[in-house]
Design a protein around this ligand. Structure first.
Ligand code: ATP
Length: 258
């Protein structure tokens, strides 16, 4: 496993979504180019269309207008090159940890020996080899989310889509998961689109933060207000002035009037 992956370039151009013909635009005019290996966080008030963007990149929803492509190929449907991590983990409760991680590679037709190796590799990556025979309900929330991440990465996706993945975890576990995700990302090199309600989390993890605003309840489609570069290096100290300044600036944009 190396960080030499050069695929995973996401291009979102002029994208808008309305959920039905007579519904107002949920979001519109969304433009974003994410480079291979980049982590882009999306923040913004409830209903501005953050999850809609992720679902369209996943292929579960199609855009009403505009184009989304991955490494130059238009996205038309879900595929194993894009993995989705949800807030509620989404594990199969009737399968063990190892079987959950093995699920995707098995679906893809990988042979038994290669599957075993793949499972070992990704359980090691998330530090869970010792609970491989446990069932999800026997694990803490943080551990379940690690399994979910391993399950997604075992398909070797070029893009990981994470929708408020640490939102259900307590503060300490959440901090640990953020550190682990930063580490995993350095080792795997997957492009990540990460939706969060926590501005601190966005500044902690992202290369760039997309600030969205608007939404149907505001009478205007959700849209990008600003994209902020986070140039804080790898080791980020949330108590540093540079960190808190960025956090404050983003928070002001999120809460500013339309
Ligand atoms: N399947 C759907 N059918 C109809 N409308 C939908 C559907 N999914 C989302 N919407 C609407 O689209 C708008 C954007 O929703 P979305 O979930 O993308 O926002 P969000 O920014 O992720 O919100 P939150 O932070 O609360 O999760 C909302 O007004 C929502 O009601």
């Amino acid at each position: 496993m190396t960080a030499s992956v050069k695929t995973g370039a996401i291009s979102i151009r002029g994208v808008g979504k309305r959920y039905s013909e007579d519904a107002p635009w949920a979001m519109r005019g969304f433009d974003l180019e994410a480079a291979p290996g980049e982590l882009v966080a999306i923040v913004g008030a409830s209903g501005c269309g953050k999850s809609t963007v992720l679902r369209m990149v996943s292929g579960f929803e199609g855009p009403t207008e505009g184009e989304i492509s991955l490494d130059g190929a238009p996205i038309k449907a879900p595929g194993p090159d894009r993995g989705f991590v949800f807030q509620d983990y989404g594990l199969f409760p009737w399968l063990t940890v190892a079987e959950n991680v093995e699920f995707g590679p098995k679906q893809a037709g990988l042979g038994r020996a290669a599957r075993r190796e793949r499972v070992q590799e990704y359980l090691e990556l998330v530090g869970l080899t010792r609970v491989r025979a446990s069932y999800p309900h026997q694990l803490s929330g943080g551990m379940q989310q690690r399994v979910a991440i391993a399950r997604v990465l075992a398909n070797k996706p070029t893009v990981m889509l994470m929708d408020e993945p640490f939102g259900a975890l307590d503060a300490l576990t959440r901090e640990q998961m953020q550190a682990d995700l930063a580490d995993i990302r350095r080792r795997v090199g997957t492009t990540v689109l990460f939706v969060t309600h926590s501005i601190e989390e966005a500044v902690q993890l992202a290369d760039r933060v997309v600030i969205m605003t608007g939404g149907m309840s505001h009478g205007v489609p959700g849209h990008i207000r600003r994209i902020v570069d986070i140039e804080l290096g790898e080791e980020r100290d949330p108590t540093s002035t540079a960190f808190t300044d960025l956090e404050r600036a983003i928070s002001e944009e999120v809460h500013a009037k339309l």
